[in-house]
Write a protein that binds this ligand. Structure first.
Ligand SMILES: [Zn+2]
Length: 185
């Protein structure tokens, strides 16, 4: 039986690279994948999944209104979702149901927490419902494992206040360990 997978990490961990690698593996076997990313992520143009190794693919987008259960996934062997932290709890539930009622594996990639260390609602639900949860490991500049990330402005200063979602624009992120998250200025 298919199940729901959640692969989570801090920023800049190569999540999109892993996602595109899995898509490629399926297609090499002659199978079909459906790719999704958040409509909010306009870093590379709407509906693009881009790895930092500069591989880019078009993807469907989800916004808050999308109902995954209303989509015809017949002929699809795997559903891959990037920026999965931006899904609503209802959408996570839909994908979980989809995996179990239509026997399609659903693999979600996303951040666990935001730049203030607060959980994204979608990620909290993914951590609760996914049958297979795995961390993609990243290293903090101090050498410890990075589990969080901080937002920095164009001048390299840390930003501690602001909206949870600020993709593109001036916001930049750096993966850090818990120690650096609380002690670094
Ligand atoms: Zn650190």
């Amino acid at each position: 039986m298919a199940k729901l997978f959640f692969r989570y990490a801090a920023m800049n961990s190569g999540k999109s690279t892993q996602l595109l690698q899995i898509a490629n593996n399926y297609e090499t076997m002659g199978k079909q994948v459906a790719l999704y990313t958040s409509a909010m992520d306009d870093r590379y143009g709407v509906g693009q999944i881009t790895s930092r190794l500069n591989i880019q693919r078009e993807a469907h987008t989800f916004n808050a209104e999308l109902n995954f259960l209303a989509i015809d996934f017949s002929g699809i062997d795997c559903i891959l979702v990037d920026e999965a932290q931006f899904m609503s709890p209802e959408q996570v539930r839909q994908l979980h149901e989809l995996a179990h009622t239509r026997n399609v594996p659903v693999i979600c990639f996303g951040l666990r927490t935001d730049f203030q260390g607060h959980p994204f609602p979608g990620s909290a639900w993914l951590l609760s419902l996914a049958e297979d949860v795995e961390e993609i490991k990243t290293i903090c500049q101090c050498g410890r494992k990075a589990t969080m990330h901080i937002r920095i402005d164009a001048k390299g200063r840390r930003v501690k206040e602001g909206p949870q979602v600020e993709i593109g624009g001036e916001a930049r992120y750096r993966a850090v360990c818990g120690n650096c998250f609380y002690n670094e200025r």
